[in-house]
Structures are given as structure tokens and as C-alpha cells.
Write a protein that binds this ligand. Structure first.
Ligand code: 5GP
Ligand code: ZN
Length: 114
């Protein structure tokens, strides 16, 4: 989508600090990090939110999860642990309408969220 911030990041039209990329998945550092490690993992295909994922995209869901796991290991968080968050819709606090996994770590995280 032309006016989608994450599509613009995918296309290199907005700069970002990329930490992982393959044919279908891209990950980059969040511009406003909430933890020492805060990475956003996105499908390159524009999917608006978790509400919009389809069974037909099944392979992509698996790739997103496996990429997230691989990035967590790449950033040395596998042993200590980390959190994956998918804010969805207004109540979920979603502000960018392109599906993204927040990958957070590098410190002990509190629960519950606000
Ligand atoms: P949401 O609120 O939708 O769950 O998460 C959107 C995230 O995208 C926020 O954590 C925000 O800091 C991040 N973000 C918004 N615009 C940009 C940008 O232009 N570049 C990067 N790297 N992150 C962004
Ligand atoms: Zn998009």
C-alpha cells in the first residue's frame, strides 16, 4: 500500500536499521525502542493486521514465526528469553496497519502490560 509506513520501509523509501531479510520477511529496529532490543518483524506482503491473515498465507505465518525465533537467537536472546507482541486494532494499541511482530528483550520484562 502506497501510504503504508512499513511498505515504504520494505521498499527502502524510508530508511531503517535492518537486522534480517529473506524473500518474504523483513525485520528492522523499532524507531522508538521499549527495551534494549526492540525489533519489528513484518511480512513483505502488506497484510493489515492479525485480523486479515488468511489460511492461504499459512506458509507465511510459519516463516514469520521461524524468522522471529532465528532473529531472537541472532541477537543472543534465546537463552535469557524475550517477548513477541502483536498489537491488533484500537484496543490492542495498533498504530501501523501492516502486520508486525514486536520482538522485545535484552532485559527482564514486566507483566501484565498496561
Ligand atoms: P504498533 O503500535 O502498531 O503495535 O507498533 C508500531 C511500531 O512501529 C511502534 O513501536 C513505532 O515505534 C514503530 N514505528 C513507527 N514508525 C516507524 C518508522 O518509521 N520506523 C521504524 N523503524 N519504526 C517505526
Ligand atoms: Zn504495508
Amino acid at each position: 500500500m502506497a501510504d503504508c509506513v512499513f511498505c515504504l520501509i520494505r521498499d527502502g523509501e524510508i530508511p531503517s536499521e535492518r537486522v534480517y531479510e529473506d524473500d518474504d520477511v523483513l525485520a528492522f529496529k523499532d524507531v522508538n525502542p521499549q527495551a534494549p532490543v526492540h525489533v519489528l518483524v513484518i511480512p513483505k506482503k502488506h497484510i493489515a493486521s492479525l485480523n486479515e491473515i488468511q489460511v492461504d498465507d499459512g506458509e507465511l505465518h510459519t516463516q514469520l514465526l521461524l524468522a522471529t525465533k532465528a532473529i531472537a537467537a541472532q541477537l543472543n536472546m534465546a537463552e535469557d528469553g524475550y517477548r513477541v507482541v502483536v498489537n491488533t486494532g484500537d484496543y490492542g494499541g495498533q498504530t501501523v496497519d501492516h502486520l508486525h511482530f514486536h520482538l522485545l528483550g535484552g532485559r527482564s520484562l514486566t507483566w501484565p502490560p498496561g
